[in-house]
Write a protein that binds this ligand. Structure first.
Ligand code: OAD
Length: 231
């Protein structure tokens, strides 16, 4: 049974050089999310949307996992199925940090899918607006396998089931501005879980415990405490 649910956001990858969304200089200070992160934006201007995700994908490919990703992989190796690691991040730094079972609720930038036939594939290079689907042959319907605003996040049944039974919910490096992830803390708290936030700053008052600081410092310290307590 899942004892700990960890939710991560852009802040855990910030020290790997990947930008966050809502901090000063964040992605949404430079782009309008309606233009690049909605199905309507993709229909209106596929060139802009593909260019936006192509640039982000090449940034992910060259980024390296940090001590926070590695600490969570260590926790997973020790707790196994008692840990559910959920991320809103579309990068693969948890996996490259050693985690084996990562729930990507907002999808994965290193995957593409065809909006015409729904075929999925690994995607490490740019997607062009003229991309041909290898499965159905339709042109121009390949898109990054990321969840856009207005679309339903992935794996929600598994996440809700784990939250309803977890003893602890831990949120790392997320502003808690985007639902449904923003509601996990209240859900976990109402089911009796201890709720811990690891972040540079406090977000939601529903957290019962808080460690403020960079993810690369507070995450390994918290993981060591859990492992040393035999939990
Ligand atoms: P945000 O940019 O909204 O929030 C980043 C959080 O990380 C903030 O609370 C920062 O204080 C914190 N932070 C920044 N650097 C940190 C560090 N070094 N250590 C610890 N914390 C740090 O990013 P998310 O909450 O992940 O969705 O955004 C949620 C969703 O909004 C994303 O998945 C994306 C975006 O729009 C979609 O595109 C669907």
């Amino acid at each position: 049974m899942v004892a700990i649910v960890v939710l991560t956001g852009a802040g855990i990858s910030a020290e790997s050089g990947l930008g966050t969304f809502r901090d000063t200089d964040g992605v949404w200070t430079k782009y309008d999310l309606e233009d690049v992160a909605t199905p309507q934006g993709f229909v209106r201007n596929p060139e802009l949307v593909q260019a936006f995700y192509n640039a982000r994908r090449s940034g992910v490919v060259t980024a390296r996992p940090n001590a926070a990703h590695e600490a969570l992989a260590k926790l997973e190796a020790s707790l196994g199925a008692e840990l559910l690691l959920v991320t809103q991040n579309v990068d693969d730094l948890h996996e490259r940090g050693g985690a084996k079972r990562v729930v990507h609720m907002h999808g994965e930038l290193l995957k593409a899918f065809c909006a015409s036939c729904q075929a999925r594939r690994r995607q490490e290079t740019d997607i062009s607006v003229e991309e041909v689907c290898a499965d159905c042959g339709v042109v121009g319907q390949m898109r990054p396998d990321v969840v856009w605003f207005g679309e339903i996040p992935y794996h929600m049944d598994e996440i809700y089931a784990a939250l309803s039974k977890a003893e602890m919910f831990v949120s790392i490096g997320t502003s808690g501005q985007v639902y449904p992830a923003a509601g996990f803390v209240e859900m976990a708290r109402d089911s009796g879980a201890a709720c811990l936030e690891l972040n540079l700053e406090a977000t939601n008052p529903a957290f019962t415990q808080r460690r403020l600081g960079p993810a690369t410092e507070v995450t390994p310290a918290w993981v060591d405490e859990i492992l040393n307590s035999g939990g």
